[in-house]
Ligand binder design. Structure first.
Ligand code: UCC
Ligand code: FAD
Length: 582
């Protein structure tokens, strides 16, 4: 030090050093894999220019609104000052701006306008992927809105809901509606068939009134909802189980006194995350409703909504991973420790590289499922693709949600202590990731869904999976740099095939115990095949090859590993019980 330098901390008692914050740049331009994927499959200038402009808007303006939604969460005003029930869910101005933006940008509409044919879903979801981490969770109502539009469409847009369908898919902010999805009751959110107590009382005009209690209803400021209930016979009896559930459409509206028609908002949930968005408990006390679809086909009819919302959930999961990696990568160029920027510490870079590999695998799977959805909706899907869509939707949802929690958690650590500091905006990413494996079907429930869809298809779903995976690997097999990955994947696929063949002769309890590992194996092998396929494309980069090779270094088939340990044998549940309740 020069003796003439001012003494340390002279300018400020806390010292002159200030750490540069991580900068959010245009998420479209920051994502070379997204751009390569689109260049390969949807190389349309209009798509590129729209995504580029939207990415600019998200980084420049929308991200700040998302932050406003977080710091200004919704509140319930249950009564007016004079004691009248008003059940007003007051949301922030930023939340309302998100609704207008969503309409203007066509975040639901794109999927229904189908300007890009079978690739319209890929385009729509790419846009949502850019938007999601900055959206203040507005992607939640958008998911349900898209799901409701899909249900309407799958039923041929029945008379009476055509106006609502037009609003859900509108680009006009003054017309645009959002939808809720009220399935969960106190007795069960996974086991909807036993858990639903809500009754639907027929009215003389053919409509119904609903009476019941919905335990979780997200984005409750919606304009309409789809919900499940049991039709109450003249003797007051209802049919129990899944066969007794029917699907209903209800508008959320107010009477002339300003009271919600047939709904009381019991309270808003106090949640770990997703605080930007209201989630309410609702007493349905004569809510006017219309039955959609055939009586007793409630679960099967709402399944189309589940498919769409589970895909949206996965888009949100991959987007959260991408966002934390993008910010961590930037921060590593600004933060110095032990005399070097973080990016120049090989171990730190290895950590970021591992997060990147996870993100890329999940990205390709989510896009592949969107591709399949697009083909199904434009009538182009082969039977193989239809089976694949059914299988891969729960596989994707359950796997990507878990990855998101792990990657975002690791991502927070890469900012050191700052990753734990609320007003950096970083902790919210982790809180919001945690819900992704819970709502829209938990990991175990979706693993069992995977089993069910396999067992109900007389082998066709699995055949589709094996055929498609082999075909992806075949495409990559001529590329010598990918040979180790292809070999490993072929080995894992054949081990999985043998496992499944052997498991078929075992009692159902065996497969039930294997369900989660089986779903993970299906996910990891398929993601690996997509990564090698991407890397074998002529426009691929070296990092695509490196990603595929790195992906295949993990246990690709945990079902076989656990099977070797005897973990699906009848002796396991008692041992597990003894361990857990030791
Ligand atoms: O959590 C919720 C909203 C959160 C906010 C939205 C966020 C969106 C993302 C935002 C991103 C930021 S709403 C609540 C979600 N709830 C669930 O996901 C329920 C989880 N439980 C299940 O998925 C169960 O597996 C059930 C409820 C589907 C099981 O019901 P059942 O009745 O016992 O099941 P069955 O007997 O297997 O199925 C009945 C019928 C069958 O058709 P048929 O009768 O023709 O054979 C099944 O094939 O429904 C059909 N089905 C399906 N079809 C059942 N599941 C499916 C499916 N996934 N796809 C197609
Ligand atoms: P449970 O079914 O009680 O599950 C508890 C545990 O048991 C889980 O780990 C589950 O995996 C496990 N489990 C259950 N069955 C099995 C089995 N057969 N084998 C092995 N394991 C099993 N719902 C709506 O309808 N609409 C909404 O808008 C909505 N918004 C939500 C918002 C938030 C923030 C949250 C947290 C939830 C929301 N939900 C909503 C509810 C959500 O969908 C349910 O909480 C979820 O489906 C799980 O149901 P549950 O809470 O009854 O858990």
């Amino acid at each position: 030090r020069d003796p003439d330098d001012p003494p340390l901390f002279s300018r400020s008692r806390t010292g002159p050093f200030l750490q540069g914050r991580p900068q959010l740049s245009n998420p479209f331009l920051e994502d070379p894999l997204l751009r390569r994927y689109l260049r390969r499959h949807l190389p349309h200038p209009a798509v590129f220019s729209d995504l580029r402009a939207f990415g600019e808007k998200v980084a420049g303006e929308v991200d700040g609104w998302g932050r406003e939604c977080e710091v200004n969460p919704p509140k319930l005003v249950a009564f007016d000052p004079w004691g009248r029930r008003v059940d007003d869910i007051v949301t922030s101005p930023a939340w309302k701006r998100m609704k207008d933006l969503s309409a203007q940008e066509g975040l639901v509409a794109i999927g229904y306008e189908r300007s890009f044919g079978e690739w319209s879903r890929v385009y729509q979801m790419s846009k949502l992927y850019i938007y999601s981490p900055s959206s203040g969770l507005f992607t939640c109502p958008l998911a349900m809105t898209d799901g409701a539009a899909k249900v309407f469409q799958s039923l041929g847009v029945p008379r009476g809901v055509d106006k609502a369908y037009g609003r859900l898919t509108s680009r006009d902010p003054d017309r645009f509606w959002t939808s809720g999805q009220w399935m969960t009751e106190r007795k069960g959110g996974s086991d909807v068939a036993s858990g639903t107590e809500t009754g639907a009382v027929p009215q003389t005009d053919g409509s119904y009134r609903l009476y019941g209690f919905k335990w979780f209803t997200s984005a409750t400021d919606a304009d309409m909802t789809l919900t499940l209930a049991r039709i109450v016979g003249q003797d007051g009896a209802t049919t129990p189980g899944s066969q007794g559930l029917s699907l209903f459409y209800a508008e959320v509206s107010r009477d002339q006194q300003g009271r919600l028609k047939g709904i009381e908002v019991q309270r808003l949930k106090d949640k770990l995350g997703t605080r930007q968005m209201p989630t309410a408990e609702l007493l349905l006390d004569g809510l006017p409703a219309h039955m959609l679809a055939e009586e007793g086909r409630g679960v099967a009819s709402i399944a189309n909504m589940l498919t769409v919302t589970r895909i949206h959930n996965s888009v949100a999961a991959v987007a959260a991973m991408r966002r934390v990696v993008q910010l961590a990568r930037d921060y590593a160029t600004r933060r110095t420790a032990f005399g070097r920027l973080l990016k120049d510490h090989p171990l730190h870079l290895q950590t970021l590289a591992r997060m990147e590999v996870e993100t890329r695998g999940a990205f390709l799977l989510v896009m592949d499922v969107c591709r399949l959805l697009g083909r199904e909706e434009t009538g182009l899907a082969t039977p193989l693709e239809t089976h694949l869509l059914r299988l891969l939707t729960p596989v994707l949802k359950l796997y990507a949600a878990k990855q998101a929690v792990a990657v975002v958690s690791e991502g927070l650590e890469s900012f050191g202590g700052q990753g734990y500091i609320e007003d950096t905006g970083l902790p919210g990413l982790l809180r919001d990731a945690q819900v992704l494996s819970i709502w829209e079907g938990t990991t175990n429930v979706l693993s069992l869904d995977v089993l069910r869809c396999i067992s109900r298809s007389s082998g066709q779903v699995l055949q589709a999976y094996f055929t498609q995976t082999k075909s992806l690997l075949r495409a990559a097999s001529g590329v010598s740099s990918l040979a180790p990955a292809v070999r490993t994947l072929e080995g894992a696929l054949s081990a999985l095939g043998e496992f499944i063949e052997e498991a078929a002769s075992r009692p159902p309890s065996y497969l039930e115990l294997a369900a989660r590992d089986l779903a993970y194996s299906l996910a990891r092998i398929y993601m690996g095949a997509l990564l090698t396929d991407q890397a074998s494309w002529e426009g691929a980069s070296q990092s695509d090859t490196y990603t595929a090779l790195r992906w295949c270094e993990q246990d690709l088939c945990p079902a076989v590993t656990s099977e070797r340990g005897g973990r699906y044998d009848p002796s396991t549940p008692p041992s597990d019980a003894a361990l857990v309740y030791d």
